[in-house]
Design a binder for this molecule. Structure first.
Ligand code: HEC
Length: 171
């Protein structure tokens, strides 16, 4: 019967050590992927409180742009590229996020597309991108005021329209 005992102990020891490795790996990844909040004065923006909006309240608000740019360059640029104006950064070029919506001519349909896009942006920024325990992007929900998240998105959308994404692609 002692053989049966060993048969139970050995696999559980193995899975423990795999678990320990995963924790070590996750800890080392998480240590490098820390969500560092930007130091930006956003008092010029209408305050939004703690309840997250469904859609971006700052789209087309000129005051949001310099605030969004500063916050983006402090917190997002190291992965997504300076000024959200390159497709050569390690993380996705965020100017592509609303590309599909930009092409829709019908106003009502376009508004729905943008609303979906806003929900995806807010959820992704708040929750981060953690895939099978690996932190591709840390969650920002605890450190980034929603005012700054929406200002960042407003800035990215202007960059999408004013900086070339790739020759001949997007507009
Ligand atoms: C540590 C690097 C890093 C930082 C810093 C970072 N991101 Fe990301 N982000 C990523 C990576 C990597 C992905 C792609 C993850 C995936 O899909 O696997 C991503 C994806 C995204 C996406 C989804 C893109 C898509 O095409 O689906 C959004 C939106 C986003 N990031 C916004 C932001 C914002 C806003 C900031 C700053 C507040 C930020 N990120 C900071 C690494 C980062």
């Amino acid at each position: 019967m002692s053989g049966g005992g060993r048969a139970v102990i050995v696999p559980s020891f193995k899975s423990l050590s795999i678990g320990a490795w995963c924790m070590l790996l996750a800890a080392s990844v998480a240590a490098t992927e820390v969500a560092t909040p930007p130091a930006v004065d956003y008092s010029a923006l209408p305050p939004l409180g703690h309840l997250w909006r469904d859609t971006n309240p700052y789209r087309n608000l000129p005051e949001a742009l310099p605030i969004g740019r500063s916050a983006f360059n402090q917190s997002c640029a190291r992965c997504h590229g300076a000024d959200a104006a390159t497709n050569a950064a390690p993380a996705p070029d965020l100017r592509n996020l609303d590309r599909g919506c930009r092409r829709i001519a019908d106003t009502a349909l376009k508004a729905r597309c943008m609303a979906d896009n806003d929900a995806y942006f807010a959820k992704t920024v708040r929750d981060g991108k953690i895939i099978i325990g690996v932190v591709h992007m840390p969650p920002w929900g605890e450190v980034l005021a929603q005012e700054l998240a929406w200002a960042i998105q407003a800035f990215i959308e202007v960059q999408a329209r004013t900086t070339p994404i790739r020759p001949g692609v997007g507009k």
